[in-house]
Design a protein. Sequence first.
Length: 248
Amino acid sequence: MSTKPRGYVIYRGPSLLDGRPIVAVAITKSKNTKTSNMVQTYIIRADIDPRDASRTGEDYSICGTCPHRGTPQPDKAGGLAKGRSCYVVIGQGPVIVYKSLQRGIYPAATTHKAIAALGNGRMVRLGTYGDPAAVPSYIWESLISEAKGHTAYSHQATTQGAAFNPALYMRSADSEQEARAAWDAGQRTFRIVSDVAQVLKGKEILCPASEEAGFKTTCNACGLCGGASVKAKSIAIVAHGAGAGLIQ
């Protein structure tokens, strides 16, 4: 009996950030405890191991101007970018997806109908790894067209050529100043803070799925991070993950 694939390639083509080859893969089952069983999407370089992409700076194709990428150190034989503060552990999900991609185990979903079916009745996470604005917007529009809801975050609000859509994306903000500028533009933000006391009352709420909020819910059940199409305050979360100590 054949086993149903766990993932599908929903985009293979040039990055909107620099034109280099990237792939977007939708993973249909997840054991992530914070998000719960959402459809997860990984955006990776099609031709470079994610660890090497980080170390050499080639991850610009999928991360763009995100400050949490760290500083490239291409002269090193291995490892990641210096000072990388992103919470995603590259050696886990991104590398697993890349290796699975190289083995050819992910079939391609190439039509609107096929992509929409992957998100049908589900909560979808745009950019489990990588910035969704690197991928043409029609891919995500198809994926969430029949979905129950989605979450999406992007650092590319001011990046030329990026498919940033504030109606669908939370703008990733790294300072109060940046967040206030986004709010003035009618955008909702997802901001990393170093302490709960930094959450701006009246403008932001603490992520309900975070440790500091008592894990009140999961992203799958919450759905507040759906951009300006969701009528709610912006979201803040205390720095977490492997790079939390590098965030001030």
